[in-house]
Write a protein that binds this ligand. Structure first.
Ligand code: AP5
Length: 287
């Protein structure tokens, strides 16, 4: 199963991607994480991306497209992936379609996580992660069970992202509305876009996503996957409909008025055995 999670910064894409990874055995491909790793390693890409990311702007399309193209080719992505933070522009969405078509990979779900801007600044400025294993936390919404100790690995070291400050967040939100939100109609037009309420508590969002991925929450008109989906041949569908109709028991038809069995006239109704006995005393046969 291959999924795209769309949504503004702080919508919960990373939080949910981690949970989906575990539940469905997929791999999270976050372009933000890849770029941060490049920055930390001091690579050429990292040096190019650092200032752009800290300013809350988008890294050039060709850089992230190349990153994703390379990452999707690795063996661990073959079991299925969750794209988190990619695509972010129409150019990236089109490049992704081409890339997947060339590799014969199908995109099963594109899910938008809807959250009001007002909530996002609080979510992002309260966010921190474990410095050792990367598990995500929040000052108020998602604290570790034991204060100061990572639930996942027991580490006591945590870090905050350089771009998680109020000023940069508002720039990232601007970039989202100007460059990323316009790709929603692109996927909607393909019939591939589903959405969940990202304002709900974290566990509820996980349940809503699970309902889409497990196919329990079928939209009114069944959405087609963004990739190539095999349509059932018409004849087969018609055959199925016929078989269904055959199984249904036929309603008993009332005979036409003229053909109905005439009721015997009142006086001529056949008398019951008891009535006949009471009228005629039984004669004994002479021997
Ligand atoms: P990236 O790392 O992708 O950041 P982002 O899209 O801004 O998203 P975030 O990771 O900030 O948020 P999220 O939706 O994952 O939320 P999270 O789950 O952490 O990108 C960073 C930068 O890299 C970009 O600005 C850009 O410069 C560059 N870049 C990346 N990809 C690019 C691309 N394709 N093209 C060009 N440039 C690119 O949740 C946030 C907090 O809220 C957490 O603390 C969490 O605990 C909490 N929370 C989550 N869900 C809930 C909930 N339901 N209720 C309450 N709290 C919640």
């Amino acid at each position: 199963m291959n999924i795209v999670l769309l949504g503004p910064p702080g919508a919960g894409k990373g939080t949910q991607a981690k949970r989906l990874e575990e539940r469905y055995g997929l791999i999270q491909l976050s372009t933000g994480d890849m770029l941060r790793a490049a920055v930390a390693s001091g690579s050429e890409i990292g040096q190019r991306a650092k200032a752009i990311m800290e300013a809350g702007q988008l890294v050039p399309d060709e850089v992230v497209i190349a990153l994703i193209a390379d990452r999707i080719d690795r063996p661990d992505a073959k079991k299925g992936f969750i794209l988190d933070g990619f695509p972010r522009t129409t150019k990236q969405a089109e490049a992704l379609d081409r890339m997947l078509a060339e590799k014969g990979i199908r995109l099963d779900h594109v899910i938008e996580m809807k959250v009001d801007d007002a909530l996002l600044v609080d979510r992002i400025s309260g966010r921190y992660t474990c410095a050792k294993c990367g598990a995500g936390y929040h000052d108020r919404n998602q604290k570790p069970k034991v204060d100061g100790v990572c639930d996942a690995c027991g580490s006591t070291e945590f870090k905050r992202r350089a771009d998680d400050n109020a000023e940069t967040v508002s720039k990232r939100l601007e970039a989202y509305h100007a460059q990323t939100a316009p790709i929603l109609p692109y996927y909607r037009a393909k019939g591939a876009l589903k959405s969940v309420d990202g304002m709900a508590p974290i566990d509820d969002v996980t349940v809503a996503l699970g309902a889409i991925l497990d196919g329990a929450a079928r939209p009114k008109a069944k959405a087609k996957p963004a990739g190539r989906a095999k349509a059932k041949p018409k004849a087969k569908r018609a055959g199925k409909a016929k078989a269904k109709a055959k199984k249904r028991p036929k309603a008993r038809k009332k005979p036409a008025r003229g053909k109905r069995k005439a009721r015997p006239a009142r006086g001529r109704r056949p008398a019951s055995k008891a009535a006949r006995r009471s009228r005629k005393p039984a004669r004994r046969r002479k021997k």
